[in-house]
Design a protein around this ligand. Structure first.
Ligand code: FE2
Length: 285
């Protein structure tokens, strides 16, 4: 399934998305586009001095690993290490480039290469098909899923973290390498978006916390979403999804972009992201 240049979804694709809460678009980005993002990230990593400030990112220990560096990353290009990147003395066990979990959360604003993809006509066309009236890209991440140490991402819904009232978040997850069962592809529970939002991740005076305990899910309900490099996975903000640890010798790079609407809904002030400057809408209809 190859997407046309304008990104607009036909009724079959929309039906699949509405039924399942996710959709794969093969070849959404061409090889040159993928390569330009990978090369750009390689340059950013070269420039990153890991003796300066950085954080560890963990979804299994999210409340403890949240600090000012994390908060400020909402409007910056910030680097987060894998939990398993360090030895007992706190030294990196492997080269810097193989130790980073992700870079975020404003690549789509601060970097011209990622901005170009994020504000492309095909991304806007896609959002228009999904019914967005005045969408903003609120968060972007380059995710590495490093060989051997790439950490798991526990089951969650994106609306928990990027809440509007009513909820409007959609995740756009672009594979920059083939994502397989062995290197930690996405998994989702088809149709789980129809059961609504389970819990929220709230930023208060004393940091961030979930408003409800971690729900349990049946492993058998998840289906793997194995995709080729250049494929885009669209994730409804309420669909339950996760990814496993990468114990293989192959990385699994991806670029993820999260959008919310700003028309007919309200950004929650207790979200972890508190913008000093409001993002520009991708379009207004
Ligand atoms: Fe997610």
């Amino acid at each position: 399934m190859v997407v046309v240049d304008d990104g607009i979804l036909d009724s079959n694709r929309l039906d699949f998305f509405n039924s399942n809460g996710y959709l794969v678009l093969d070849s959404f980005a061409g090889p040159d586009e993928v390569q330009s993002m990978r090369l750009r990230m390689d340059q950013l990593l070269d420039q990153f001095d890991c003796s300066t400030r950085a954080s560890i990112f963990s979804t299994t220990n999210q409340q403890q690993s949240t600090d000012d560096y994390f908060y400020e990353s909402a409007e910056n290009i910030s680097f987060f290490f894998e939990e398993k990147a360090f030895d007992d003395e706190g030294n990196l066990k492997q080269p810097k480039k193989l130790s980073i979990n992700k870079v975020g959360h404003a690549l789509h604003e601060k970097d011209p290469v990622f901005k170009s993809f994020s504000s492309s006509k095909k991304v806007s066309g896609l959002l228009c098909s999904l019914g967005y009236r005045r969408p903003i890209a609120i968060q972007s991440m380059y995710i590495f899923k490093q060989p051997g140490i790439g950490g798991e991402v526990v089951p969650h819904q994106d609306n928990s973290f990027l809440y509007t009232n009513p909820p409007t978040c959609t995740g756009l997850w672009l594979a920059l390498e083939d994502a397989t069962l062995t290197n930690g592809c996405l998994w989702a529970i088809p149709g789980s978006h129809k059961r609504g939002l389970v819990r929220r991740f709230i930023r208060g005076e004393n940091g961030v916390t979930f408003d409800k305990p971690f729900p349990s899910y049946d492993e058998n309900d998840f289906v793997p979403i194995e995709v080729k490099s250049g494929s885009l996975v669209i994730l409804h903000g309420d669909v339950i999804h996760r990814s496993s640890e990468n114990k293989s010798s192959v990385s699994r790079h991806a670029y993820s972009l999260h959008v919310v609407d700003t028309d007919g809904c309200k950004w929650a002030e207790d979200n972890w992201i508190r913008r000093k400057v409001d993002p520009e809408p991708l379009y207004a209809s």
